[in-house]
Each structure stands twice: as C-alpha cells, then as structure tokens.
Design a protein around this ligand. Sequence first.
Ligand SMILES: Cc1cc2nc3c(=O)[nH]c(=O)nc-3n(C[C@H](O)[C@H](O)[C@H](O)COP(=O)(O)O)c2cc1C
Length: 214
Amino acid sequence: MENLHNIRKVYQKSELVEDQVKESPFEMFKLWLDDAKNDADVAEFTAMNVSTIDEDACPRTRVILLKEFSEEGFVFYTNYNSKKGISIASNPKACLHFFWPSQERQITIKAVLEKTSAAESDLYFYSRPRGSQLGAIVSPQSSVIPGRDFLRERLEEVEKKFEDKKIQRPPYWGGYMAKPYEIEFWQGRPNRLHDRLVYYRTEEGDWRIERLAP
Ligand SMILES: Cc1cc2nc3c(=O)[nH]c(=O)nc-3n(C[C@H](O)[C@H](O)[C@H](O)COP(=O)(O)O)c2cc1C
C-alpha cells in the first residue's frame, strides 16, 4: 500500500477575517476569482467542479468552465442530454466547487440550477470558435459510442452539412444558471486552523455570514 501520511503542506498565504469580508458573496467571489486570474500558478482559474445527484442518489462530479457570473448566479454551458443534464432535470440542485491550490483557497457553492434562455445560450454558442460549435453537434455527450471513428465520421458529415453555412445551436446544448443559496469561502491557515466563512441567503434575500470550525 502506498503510504501518503507524511504528505502535507503548511497553509499560510493569507487569512479571512470578518471585518475584511464583503457584505455580498458575489463581491467576495469577484475578489477571489481576480486573485486566481492574476496568479500565474493557477492554470485554469475558471475551472470548477460541478456535482449533481445521479438517479441512484450518488453525487457525480465533473470539471466545467464558469462562463459568466453576476448577482443572479453562475453560468456554465453544456449538453442538456448529458448525464449531468439528465440528473439536473430530476434534481436541479448542484454544488459548484473551486479549488485554487496556490491561493490556498476553496469556494463551495450550493445552488439551484435553471436553464438559461435560448437567447443567452445563442449568444455564447455563436461566440465560440467554429470547431467548438461543430463539436457540440458531433458529440452525443455521455452516450456510449462504438469508437473514436464515430466522432471523426460525424465531424466529416457535419462539416459537409454546414459548409459555408451558419452552424445552428442545437436545442439540446445551452447554459445553466446556478442560483446560489449558500457560499462558503475557505482560506488555509497554519496548524489546520483554517478560516471558513459561509454566506447563507435569508428569506428576505440578504446574506447572513457565519464562521465554521475548520
Ligand atoms: C478543464 C475542463 C473543462 C471542461 N469544461 C466543460 C464545459 O464547460 N462544459 C461541459 O459540458 N464539459 C466540460 N468538461 C468536460 C466535463 O468534465 C465532463 O466530462 C462532461 O461535461 C460530461 O459530463 P457528464 O457525463 O457527467 O454529464 C470540461 C473538462 C475539463 C477537464
């Protein structure tokens, strides 16, 4: 058995204290996202884990890129017929999770997902490079396929079909807006006594902040 008992890091880069945090979790999120963006050691600062609940009640997590965020929520794009799409149709709750190791920070967001409007999905779809647009049509995301050739052949077909034509966004591809009701900011600290501040959305639509033990 591989023993990893002695693998550990001391977290001491920063701190998260009540009198410095923003009232709005979205402002906090923006600060931390900007820090990650400006950190050359963060390879993909918009990459997040998105967990949904499968039909067997087990969570499933995959990496997705965050594409927009505002006071309304966090938006990502995907295939509505994928495993995640099927899970979301029966349980629209999801957990979004960012971990930026060099920042010694994680953010955990519990949210309810809603599909973005067709107009919003169009806006992003048509902003993507043509190759990515074709990819969305070629790949029946999460379905079993006979082999790599299937994708190559479909790509050739679709390229021929849309030669010199605008590629239409398929109706099964679009965005989800994750509307958060709980957002935790975690900052690593020495002796495993990390900072954890959680914003809970109140019935009035404000945010209540609480500190959790690490
Ligand atoms: C860095 C990275 C970024 C990704 N971004 C997306 C994305 O924006 N949308 C997407 O549908 N899949 C994205 N994927 C692929 C997903 O992780 C996943 O494999 C795919 O969405 C199928 O998931 P599902 O079968 O659980 O529905 C990304 C993967 C990685 C590693």
